[in-house]
Design a protein around this ligand. Structure first.
Ligand code: SF4
Length: 495
């Protein structure tokens, strides 16, 4: 579903720019109700469990420090990881972009032995990296079915929809919609939903469990992402809540893990920090119900073959930007989405990217180039709630303003004539540097305001200023400026 930008994927091709998509989303009251309910619940849980720890701020600082240190010598840690995984019996592959990663995974699945129908399907653990590269679509083109096994991802797959949240991909759907979906679509993908299925969460979970069980037991190949990988031991870690990951990581004969290169940690000991930060920030739990770790292959236990695909796909370009590179510190907890007033109202689809919300607004333009996602850095009020919530202290507002400047610069460079906004700023500069000109401008504004205002407000500004007044109240300028009032009333008084 994700499209390609020089083979990179990430964004959903054909999606409207954020302002247009947001306008449509805002008109959907059911979506807004679902989002408000879900984000409020997760937000409250997160606040409760992070508030329990006296050293929460120290943990955040430690997480930030480890991530920053890792990025400074990313090449060294990655080579060390390759060595460790190879030593433990795994095979490491390097993919420069989405197209290369998809090719590698497709060839690996094809090369796996077994009956034809077994090698034409894989089970998948929820993974942002594989969504980013559009792996399911690439496998489908090669005649290989990819079955999502995370409950929310399964729902999204059955609905032929797109995920709208990093952690809760089906956050935009209600229970009744999910029930209908199971009843009508499950049979198309395998075992049908039980007769008389209700929208009781336990009944829905049981239906999914039965549907997925036969796929777990049959599949010869599993594809996963990775939350972390330790360079010193070659250990890869996946955290999850449902146990579907554990099934995928242990039952099939071959395991293929696609991991963004920024997920490497220098050492096993670093997990101590992140396994505390991640569950509390994401699901609001003290620890994840399932934390699976594996190091290469172990004879007689788990998959017989392990392949680790290290994905760049724009990350090296992001790393080269000294301000923007902090976006690579992200551990995909989604805390920034749940506190963002823009995300809460528009939902994830409006961002047109695999990565929605505040982190998507800074990561997507860097992965695909700002020219391909120019509206995203502006999809924020810059309130800073994301920065406060981020467990690894990514200064998202700083990156947003940095990217906004890049978008403006790129637009200016491509224009022969200055934009109306640039002309307005130039005119404002000329007025503001001269007290006399400012006085004239204030008097002119007061006169104009009186002519246009109704009950102290200007309804709609004329001409090019209409864009401003269409979505805001414009108060009429005061009849007397502060400077005039001061001259009349206070000038000459002793301070
Ligand atoms: S930017 Fe921070 S808060 Fe947002 S998903 Fe990443 S780690 Fe979590």
């Amino acid at each position: 579903m994700s499209g390609t930008m020089d083979g990179r994927g990430v964004v959903f091709l054909g999606s409207p720019a954020f302002p247009d998509a947001a306008r449509t989303a805002l008109a959907d009251t059911r979506l807004r109700t679902n989002l408000r309910r879900a984000t409020t619940t997760i937000r409250d849980k997160r606040l409760q469990v992070t508030g329990e720890l006296d050293d929460w701020e120290d943990l955040r600082a430690a997480g930030e420090a480890v991530k920053r240190r890792t990025l400074r010598h990313l090449d060294v840690h990655l080579l060390r990881l390759e060595e460790s995984v190879t030593r433990a019996g795994g095979v490491v592959h390097w993919a420069a972009d989405a197209a290369e990663a998809n090719r590698i995974v497709t060839e690996l699945v094809r090369a796996t032995g077994g009956r034809d129908d077994e090698t034409r399907e894989v089970v998948k653990i929820k993974s942002m990296a594989t969504q980013e590269i559009g792996l399911n679509e690439a496998l489908a083109e090669a005649g290989i079915a990819a079955y999502e096994t995370d409950l929310a991802e399964l729902i999204v797959q059955l609905a032929d929809d797109r995920p709208s949240h990093i952690l809760v991909p089906a956050i935009h759907l209600g229970r009744a919609e999910i029930r209908d979906l199971f009843a009508t679509e499950m049979a198309r993908w395998g075992r049908p939903a039980p007769e008389g299925l209700t929208d009781d969460p336990a009944a829905l979970a049981e239906a999914a469990r039965l549907h997925l069980r036969e796929k777990f037991l049959r599949a010869k190949v599993a594809v996963s992402g990775a939350n972390f990988a330790c360079a010193d031991t070659g250990t890869v870690a996946v955290v999850e809540s449902e146990g579907n990951g554990r099934m995928c990581l242990t039952l099939p004969e071959t395991l293929i893990t696609v991991m963004g290169i920024e997920k490497v940690l220098p050492s096993w000991r670093d997990l101590e920090v992140f396994l505390q930060l991640l569950p509390r920030s994401s699901t609001g739990e003290r620890m994840n119900p399932y934390t699976s770790m594996w190091t290469g292959v172990t004879p007689g236990d788990g998959p017989r073959a392990f392949h680790l695909v290290l994905l760049d796909n724009g990350r090296s370009d992001t790393l080269a930007d000294t301000v923007g590179r902090q976006a690579l510190n992200c551990i995909r907890c989604s805390a920034c989405l749940n506190v963002c007033p823009v995300y809460e109202r528009t939902g994830g689809h409006a961002y047109g990217s695999v990565y929605p919300g505040p982190i998507g607004a800074v990561l997507t333009p860097q992965l695909v180039g700002v020219e391909h996602a120019a509206s995203l850095p502006f999809a924020s009020t810059l309130c800073g709630a994301c920065y406060d919530a981020c467990p690894v202290k990514i200064n998202i507002p700083e990156v947003l303003t940095h990217l906004r400047a890049e978008v403006v610069e790129a637009k200016r460079a491509g224009r022969r004539l200055p934009s109306p906004e640039a002309l307005a700023m130039k005119a404002a500069t000329a007025v503001l540097v001269s007290p006399a000109r400012l006085g004239y401008a204030q008097r002119a504004a007061a006169l104009g305001g009186r002519a246009l205002a109704r009950r102290g407000r200007i309804g709609r500004l004329p001409g090019p200023f209409r864009g401003w007044s269409d979505s805001r109240d414009t108060p009429a300028p005061p009849t007397e400026s502060f400077r005039t009032w001061w001259r009349k009333n206070r000038e000459g008084e002793q301070g």
